[in-house]
Design a protein around this ligand. Structure first.
Ligand SMILES: [Zn+2]
Ligand SMILES: [Zn+2]
Length: 145
């Protein structure tokens, strides 16, 4: 009996390898995670894995449209399983925490440029920047001696 993840991999034309399944499984509980942290999660399940094979798996899954890669300025590339809904991200300018923000209008591309220079626009990738709740709380605390 194929699991849902195995089916998703096969219908994308990829073999359901242990490494790919482990990366997809890790991303389910760790959205917006970089390769380094995914490697640590995956190596707990597949001890023979390497950082290079995690990078290869992430590239394959991204190319197959099974995961999405985002690159906030100043951050390593982050990966997530929430795909296809043109959602945006809010990034903490202090600690780099990332959260999802629903598409501003509801359908891709939720923003229409005033001039698209003849391009047919399909998506809009928007990054909102600010301070996350934890960093707001930290900066509101009185300074400790
Ligand atoms: Zn923060
Ligand atoms: Zn996201």
């Amino acid at each position: 009996m194929d699991t849902e993840l195995e089916k998703a991999l096969r219908s994308a034309g990829l073999r359901a390898t242990e490494g790919r399944l482990a990366v997809l499984g890790a991303l389910a509980s760790l959205p917006h995670t970089d390769a380094e942290r995914l490697f640590r999660a995956v190596s707990a399940i597949v001890p023979s894995t390497s950082i290079q094979s995690v990078h290869n798996i992430l590239a394959d899954l991204t190319a197959a449209g099974l995961i999405r890669r985002i690159e906030p300025a100043g951050s390593a590339a982050l990966y997530e399983r929430r795909i296809g809904d043109n959602h945006h991200h809010v990034v903490c300018s202090h600690c780099g925490a990332v959260a999802d923000v629903d598409c501003v209008i509801g359908d891709a591309p939720c923003l229409t440029p005033s001039s698209a220079a003849g391009f047919a626009i399909t998506t809009a990738e928007v990054t909102f920047w600010g301070l996350c709740p934890a960093c707001q709380a930290a900066t509101a605390l009185p300074a400790t001696p």
